[in-house]
Design a protein around this ligand. Structure first.
Ligand code: SF4
Length: 344
């Protein structure tokens, strides 16, 4: 597991070694993504959207980090910036200890094999004109893996069976599959290049609860088999609970709490985490949790509130919260929170 230390701003700085002294599979340091706001016929820049504003974390081999927050908090932007689907404004992204932040598209190509993404809506992310077999096999052709079409087809058939589909379904089109099956196609495609890390951007949010559990169990089995690492992005803490080793809670572009899953669920320190947890059913009746209901929506990231970004919705806000931004600091060993009043 990775270790974390506090920094002067709202980032989680992670030590870059695991117990085995291997570098983390993914190390992100002070990642920022700001989008310019343009107006008028001359498209003059009149402001910035601080979508991701200094986010740091590590993910070790075989580990899952759950990245959680409401819609608009910047979590999907983190996933897309990591994959370089959008260019980060600043920060560092290291894959297996190698800095890939500023590589050109061409230089990035070999690294793309190691990091794959699964999207929320399997239907819109799969080309409706391609058969499922072609969709899963496309990355193999693009990267020149397999000596012949037959060999690639055999590899695709194995992937189909591994994710719980039948090889007889390879010639079907996406619309002939259920939502859960389509997400299995997305997973098979992500697995085709034998990646080290998979970013799941709300990968089960569009599925029925019973199907969600099946897909999460599949991801857990694959992780155990292949020592895969996951960044699992979700708006729902109940969903990440089953798959995560650690959890980072994001609010308005920043991480406000970062800890092991157990610490987050047993003893959350940040009021925002407590509010998110209030919406999660408690299976153990002896476990008492403070109820904290969130009022209103996430404020606009164009003009985030001064001081603590959360003060406009926080029932515990005091004067200092409106003036000073609380640093992310260690409250108990390994548990960090960005709140002036968080205590052990
Ligand atoms: Fe609430 Fe203040 Fe803590 Fe922010 S710093 S979470 S406003 S108590």
């Amino acid at each position: 597991m990775s270790d974390v230390t506090e920094t002067s701003d709202n980032t989680v700085a992670a030590s870059n070694t695991s117990a085995t002294d291997k570098p983390p599979v993914l190390e992100v340091v002070d990642l920022k993504k700001h989008f310019p706001v343009k107006k008028g016929i001359f498209q003059t820049t009149v402001g910035q959207v601080f979508a991701v504003d200094g986010v740091s974390f590590t993910i070790n081999e075989g580990e899952t980090l759950g990245l959680v927050g409401e819609s608009g908090c910047g979590k999907s932007t983190v996933g897309r910036a990591l994959m370089r689907l959008i260019e980060p404004t600043s920060g560092t992204i290291k894959l297996d200890g190698r800095d890939v932040t500023n590589l050109s598209k061409r230089e990035l190509r070999p690294f793309r094999r190691e990091m794959q993404i699964i999207f929320q809506d399997p239907f819109s992310s799969l080309d409706p004109r391609m058969t499922a077999g072609k969709i899963v096999g496309e990355p193999l052709s693009v990267h020149g893996i397999g000596d012949s079409r037959d060999e690639r087809r055999e590899m695709v058939a194995e992937l189909f069976e591994r994710v719980g589909l039948r090889k007889g379904q390879m010639d079907n089109f996406p619309h002939q599959f259920s939502g859960g099956q389509r997400q299995r196609i997305g997973i098979a495609r992500a697995l085709a290049l034998n990646p080290k890390l998979i970013v799941g951007d709300e990968p089960v949010s569009a599925l029925d609860v019973s199907i969600q559990a099946q897909v999460i169990n599949l991801l857990l089995d694959l992780q155990a088999e292949r020592q895969l690492s996951y960044l699992f992005i979700s708006h729902n803490l109940a969903v990440v609970e089953h798959i995560s080793h650690k959890i980072a809670v994001m609010y308005l572009g920043r991480i406000v709490e970062y800890a092991s899953k157990e610490a987050i669920f047993r003893s959350p320190k940040h009021p925002y985490t407590k509010a998110l947890l209030s919406a999660v059913p408690v299976p153990d009746p002896t476990l008492k949790r403070d109820k904290l209901v969130l009022q209103g929506d996430v404020p606009s990231p164009v003009n985030p509130p001064k001081g603590c970004h959360f003060h406009t919705r926080c029932p515990f806000a005091e004067d200092i919260c409106r003036k000073d931004s609380p640093p992310l600091r260690e409250i108990t060993p390994g548990q960090l929170a960005a709140c002036h009043f968080a205590e052990a």
